[in-house]
Every structure is written in structure tokens, then in C-alpha cells.
Design a protein around this ligand. Structure first.
Ligand SMILES: Cc1ncc(COP(=O)(O)O)c(C=O)c1O
Length: 426
């Protein structure tokens, strides 16, 4: 195939991917869609520009308008996240984490975090950011019933291991972290406290989850594209008044882990922050109402939904078990669901040891909610799950029904100019 044909094939695949999402139920907890105005910012000329430094202190000419944009964003981020320091440059949650680890630790330091097997993120692991910084990782004992760090055992671990930094937050995130209990213990041993809100940032900003910076975290990192519904990117946030600390955090991102920090995405983030000021609280509360409704409806259909004793979830996520540990049942279920028109991801559950053959699924409601679905639709979706995985109906039939169901939900909401969720497709 010549290069021109490859271009055509790549463009076709881009459109096909859009159609696949348009016609399916997008339920990956880390994904979302951007608003028309955010899309406009991301497609702007800023895509090709550079602006190293901070607003009004640049290494390049041509940045006056971008200074206005980034400055508006920092002001809005401080409001939205109720903090005194905001860096909006980082290009992802991972980038925010590595930049913050660079700012607050030295190679060889000890860090405590949630293990990936218990739902921690790869950037908290030796294979990821923690390894990049050359840190010694110790993971918290995990309370499987409560799906959170075991408070007493983790407090003991922090006291005994005296880490430089205690990191909290995870990718499987059903309930708020017991920050009040653990942040004080970390401060007792002079550890800095970092909370990774990648998944739950929009819920926190909407006042619907927990308030990590108010509960003792010195710094909060996060992604800008999960429950916070902006373009792909990251944030670093703090309530500290210490300007030296602010400088450290800023330089962790630039020059720590970025040169260009993708100005078009920062512009998109700024629009999404301003939209969040107006619509964020309602969006966050609707996401959680939907995940609670989905969890109960799935349990009524006969699915094994985790954390029944705690009411299944207080976040945007629902976690289901589909077979014995390490059985690969989660992988099989995710494939059947995708063939049926439901996009999810397999996930390790407590007890699983193999990331590629886990027993569970992690489901999310941020995108469904943004498309205008409410708790009634969550009942309909649980029935589609049941047809696919319990009645084992033909995936093709279910897919046709889901296409017709989804055709009623094609608009991005909770933004200034609601418009097509999947634009530019035939
Ligand atoms: C807890 C946690 N931190 C960081 C990240 C990384 O975020 P990003 O994909 O923006 O790099 C994720 C991704 O899902 C996550 O779950």
C-alpha cells in the first residue's frame, strides 16, 4: 500500500472510531466527550504554538493572547477547585503525577501508595512514574470490603516507613479516601501528602465527593478529561500559601516534564473550566445519581456488583465481578458487551493477580450522563447488560436495539452551546 492509501485508511479508521462510539454506549470510566466550544479551542491555531514559562513571563514572542487565555484559566481553576495555586499546563494526569513527584521527592526516597492490584494507577508504580523518579514504593494494606486503604494498618505502615510522600487516590475509585485519618499521620512523620484525583476531579470540584485539599492533602493532581469534562490534559492544585512551594510545583511541570505544553489543549481546558463554573455542580451530582442507579439496577438483574454493604458506589464508577479470580471472565464479558454495543474495560478485582485475565469490569457513567441520560436510562442499560451476559442473546440484535436507543442521545450537555457529541460523521 502506498502512503496516500495509508492516509486514506487512517482517515477512514478515525471516522469509524467516531461512528463506533456514536452508535454504542460509552461506559469507560476514564472517558468523556468535549463540548462544542472546547472542541473549537482545541482545533485552533494554538495547536502549533509554543509558550514556555508562565503567563507574562515567557521565553517566546507571540504569547500575549495566550497569556490572557492561561491567566483566565488559572483564575477559574482556583475558583473551581477552591485552592490558592493552580498549574493548568500539564498534558495529562500521568504528567501531573511525574512532575509533582519530581517537585516533592528525590531519587531513593520512600513513597507510600495504593498498589495497582488494589486499583492504584501505573503512574504510582515502579513500572510507571514512581520508577521514573527512582523511588522506593511501599503499598498500603487494602480493606477489600470497604474498597479503601485499611485505615489502622495504613497508619501503622506510614509511621513505620516514614515516607517522604504519602500518595492517595486510585483508578478503581468507588468511595472517598479516609484522608482525615491518614493525612495527619503522614504529616506527623513529615511526609508531604499528595492526592491523585484523576478520576474523581469533576466530582470533587462539583462538591459531590470529598475535599482532599481541605482534608489535609498538600497537593492534588488530576486529569482534565474524566469526570472533569475537558480536553485530555492535567492539573496540579494546592491550598498552600507558600510561594516557594508553588514555584517547586510549577517547575516540576515546566521544565520538569514539559517544554511545549500543547497550548490548544490548555485553551480547551480554560473553556471547560469556565463551563464547569456554570454547570459543574449539577453535572457531578447527576453522574453520581446515575452510577448509584446503574449499580442497583445491575444487582437487580442478578449481577455481582461490588461493595453492596456500602451502597455499591459514591463515585462515577460501578464494579462488577463475572467469575472466579484470574479466570479472565472480565475480559470475556467486555468482549461480548462490545459486540453488543457497550464499550467497557476489564479490570482486576481484589484477589486477581493477572492484569490480562481479570475477573471484573469497571463501568462509568460520565459520558452517558453528559449525553443527557438519567436514572431511567440506567435501568434500560442494566437490561441490555442482562440480555448480553445473562440471557446471552445474539449480540447483533442487542447492538441494533442499542443503536436505536443511543440515537436519542447525541448532544453534549452541561455546557454553554450544547451541540453534536460526535460531529463530522455521516
Ligand atoms: C488514578 C489515576 N491517576 C492518573 C491517571 C492518568 O491519567 P492520564 O490518562 O491523564 O495520564 C489515571 C488514568 O486513568 C488514573 O486512574
Amino acid at each position: 500500500m502506498g502512503t496516500r492509501e495509508s492516509v486514506t485508511r487512517a482517515l477512514e479508521a478515525i471516522e469509524n472510531s467516531g461512528r463506533h462510539y456514536r452508535d454504542s454506549l460509552p461506559m469507560i470510566a476514564s472517558e468523556n466527550i468535549i463540548s462544542p466550544l472546547v472542541r473549537k479551542a482545541c482545533n485552533s491555531d494554538l495547536h502549533g504554538r509554543y509558550a514556555e514559562g508562565l503567563p507574562f513571563k515567557r521565553y517566546y514572542q507571540g504569547c500575549d493572547d495566550f497569556d490572557t487565555i492561561e491567566d483566565l484559566g488559572i483564575i477559574s481553576a482556583k475558583k473551581v477547585f477552591n485552592c490558592t495555586f493552580a498549574n493548568i499546563q500539564s498534558t495529562s494526569g500521568t504528567n501531573s503525577n511525574i512532575g509533582t513527584l519530581k517537585a516533592l521527592t528525590k531519587p531513593g526516597d520512600t513513597i507510600t501508595a495504593v498498589s495497582t492490584a488494589d486499583g492504584g494507577h501505573i503512574s504510582h508504580a515502579r513500572m510507571g512514574g514512581v520508577g521514573v523518579r527512582g523511588l522506593n514504593l511501599i503499598t498500603y494494606p487494602w480493606d477489600e470490603d470497604r474498597m479503601e486503604p485499611d485505615i489502622d494498618a495504613s497508619a501503622k505502615l506510614i509511621r513505620e516507613s516514614e515516607p517522604s510522600l504519602a500518595l492517595f487516590g486510585q483508578s478503581v475509585f468507588l468511595f472517598p479516601t479516609p484522608m482525615k485519618e491518614l493525612a495527619d499521620v503522614a504529616h506527623e512523620v513529615d511526609a508531604k501528602v499528595m492526592y491523585d484525583s484523576a478520576h474523581v476531579l469533576g466530582l470533587i470540584a462539583g462538591g459531590q465527593f470529598q475535599d482532599p485539599l481541605g482534608e489535609g492533602a498538600d497537593v492534588m493532581t488530576g486529569s482534565s478529561h474524566k469526570t472533569f469534562p475537558g480536553p485530555q490534559g492535567g492539573f496540579v492544585l494546592s491550598k498552600s500559601e507558600d510561594e516557594k512551594f508553588h514555584r517547586k510545583l510549577n517547575s516540576g511541570i515546566f521544565p520538569g516534564v514539559c517544554s511545549s505544553y500543547h497550548l490548544h489543549h490548555v485553551a480547551g481546558k480554560v473553556i471547560s473550566l469556565l463551563e464547569f463554573e456554570e454547570f459543574g455542580e449539577k453535572y457531578a451530582s447527576d453522574i453520581i445519581a446515575n452510577s448509584k442507579a446503574l449499580a442497583s439496577a445491575l444487582a437487580s438483574e442478578g449481577f455481582d456488583v461490588l461493595a453492596e454493604d456500602r451502597g455499591y458506589t459514591e463515585s462515577h464508577q460501578v464494579v462488577t465481578r463475572h467469575g472466579e479470580k484470574d479466570s479472565g471472565a472480565g475480559r470475556k464479558a467486555a468482549k461480548i458487551l462490545e459486540d453488543s454495543g457497550i464499550i467497557t474495560n476489564m479490570n482486576m478485582l481484589p484477589g486477581d493477580t493477572k492484569a490480562l485475565s481479570p475477573s471484573g469490569l469497571r463501568l462509568g457513567t460520565p459520558e452517558l450522563t453528559r449525553l443527557g441520560m438519567g436514572t431511567d436510562e440506567m435501568q434500560d442499560i442494566a437490561k441490555f447488560f442482562s440480555r448480553a451476559l445473562i440471557s446471552k442473546e445474539s449480540p447483533k440484535n442487542i447492538r441494533n436495539d442499542i443503536m436505536s436507543f443511543k440515537s436519542n442521545f447525541q448532544t453534549v450537555n452541561y455546557c454553554f452551546e450544547p451541540g453534536p457529541a460526535y460531529p463530522g460523521l455521516d
